[in-house]
Ligand binder design. Sequence first.
Ligand code: SAM
Length: 269
Amino acid sequence: MTRSPATPGTFSEPAKKSLGQNFLHERGVVDRIVQAVNPKPGERLVEIGPGQGAMTFPLLARHGALTAIEFDRDLLEPLTVQAAPHGALTLIHANVLDVDFTALADGAPIRLVGNLPYNLSSPILFHALDHAAAITDMHFMLQKEVVERMASGPGSKVYGRLSVMLQAYCEVTMLFVVGPGAFRPAPKVDSAVVRLTPRPAETIGIVDPRRFADIVRAAFGQRRKTLRNAVSTLMDSDAIAAAGIDPQLRAEQLSVADFVRLANHPVAA
Ligand code: SAM
């Protein structure tokens, strides 16, 4: 069903749960995000899911220009109307997962910002990783529990595929926690703002990104199993040992550097 705003240029209620719409209304939180992003003249900001403009308008007022990607057609007109006094908003009506950030950047790296739809957090993060070379940094509001997974290390119960994949390609910094009361409607969980800074390509050291992703996925797919069992279809025990890793370890005991060593170990012909 398509709904339109009651009055052109104003936002309609209610928020759409299916689109992860929890709109930020606490000005103090918005200010902290804008400060964390701290856009400099000439930089290109791209917001994912501007919603009712909680971050869009202050970022526009500060920076003068912004591109925003919004899937909800009903929000486009009010966003356009209300953004006008603040600065130049370029709105892209699309599913962010279909947006080619590399093409959007067109040689001039972009800075991503977003209070993400929580139901799509992981797909959006992996999609951004695919375009990491075109992205200077990302500031995202996510479920606190997801940010903890992203930032955790070996030995932690929440260390997993998301931690290894993100940390291999980005520096991950949890900035601050935001309670449910900052949003309308209030989500059931705490949120947190995280900064992801893609590492320079030459320092990542992964020879074959696809093999790296396959090994990490297999290792954590059966995280209670020893490595030799979990990745058996990709590497045998001798190859794991030759890469300098004890095949009896479990995935959660390996550092990101260990996974890079495993994945870079030459595959027998
Ligand atoms: N930035 C606003 C704020 O902080 O109040 C809205 C945040 S709300 C959590 C997430 C936003 O992402 C909503 O505006 C929603 O319509 C939009 N959204 C959901 N799925 C999307 C998708 N696949 N592509 C682009 N935007 C999407």
